[in-house]
Design a protein around this ligand. Structure first.
Ligand code: C5P
Length: 297
């Protein structure tokens, strides 16, 4: 089957960042990946994907290379017989390689849009799984419990509240595989805390900070900037703070927006670049209206 994706009207799609509201690693899998239990949450810190009508595919990215996850998604679509007739421009707002899922979101949100516009979901799921462990979550976004490699997803109701996020200056090439490789059995846990947190969210009881775990905390503490950020968050009034994903982004959560802004101000006064963000459920409706998928048998 061949699918043509035709863009009829210009539109802009927001690709949201994610936070891991807990990430437990259970152990190593025979396929080289790790078995994890995590809660993923999309937040209102977004990259932008702009779509313009065009006779053939043109993709522009601030990375300049053709090897970011959107480029790889477009390549995978072409391999599956999907031609995309559009000019697509990516604008980055989400800090890169921070544990906030920016690249996975750009690709996953784009694939989610194409599914909404009529591309068969099994095809989109297959491509998303191939691109990376975080990509399938972004096909729907929102709040989800993720298990297995991170791709077995169960939707959850979103928590209320506000997140204060700081991204410490940590540069580490191939960060995610290196941090997974740095884990030892002492960093592994059985997933119970995160599963209990998921049960709380199902009951709409809100986040319990005592149930948040992150297997990467120990290796991340070897970076001075991470320790400095955690100390500064505590000094600014955050009762707890955790990394998102494999970091280095650190976040805390507050019920009250005023309180979150106050913590953020305290951090900014000490020179930390701070973001305040709320849970977000992404919406493809506007962008999908300008896109048609024509299927030729
Ligand atoms: O799936 P993704 O390409 O994002 O993963 C990058 C790397 O992170 C993998 O090659 C693997 O080394 C590690 N990883 C893992 N277990 C997971 C997810 C990622 O070991 N569940």
């Amino acid at each position: 089957m061949i699918h043509r994706v035709i863009v009829h009207a210009p539109s802009i799609l927001s690709a949201p960042a994610k936070l891991n509201l807990g990430l437990e690693v259970l152990g190593k899998r025979p396929d080289g990946y790790h078995q994890i239990v995590t809660i993923l949450q999309t937040i209102d810190l977004c990259d932008e994907l702009e779509f313009q009508p065009a006779p053939q595919l043109a993709y522009e990215s601030p990375f300049g290379t053709q090897d970011d996850l959107v480029a790889r998604a477009l390549h995978a679509l072409a391999e599956e017989g999907v031609t995309v007739e559009a000019r697509i421009v990516l604008r980055k707002r989400i800090p890169v390689a921070a544990g906030l899922g920016g690249g996975s979101s750009d690709a996953g949100t784009l694939l989610g849009l194409l599914a909404q516009a009529g591309l068969p979901r099994p095809l989109v799921d297959r491509i998303a799984q191939r691109l990376g462990s975080d990509v399938p979550f972004f096909l729907d976004g929102g709040t989800a419990l993720a298990r297995g490699r991170g791709t077995d997803l169960e939707p959850l109701p979103p928590p209320d509240g506000w997140f204060v996020i700081v991204v410490p200056e940590v540069r580490l090439a191939h960060k995610t595989p290196r941090l997974y490789a740095a884990l030892t059995p002492d960093d592994f846990s059985d997933g119970t805390a995160t599963l209990r947190q998921a049960e709380r969210l199902k009951r709409r009881s809100g986040i319990d900070p005592r149930l948040v775990r992150n297997a990467f905390l120990r290796p991340l503490l070897s970076f001075g900037e991470v320790r400095r950020t955690l100390d500064a968050m505590a000094a600014a009034g955050a009762r707890w703070a955790w990394p998102s994903g494999a970091g280095p982004a650190i976040f805390t959560w507050m019920c009250d927006e005023e309180q979150a802004e106050e913590v953020a101000r305290g951090l900014a006064e000490h020179g930390f670049r701070t973001l305040v963000s709320a849970p977000l459920r992404p919406n493809w409706e506007h962008a999908a209206r300008g896109i048609e998928v024509v299927t030729v048998l």
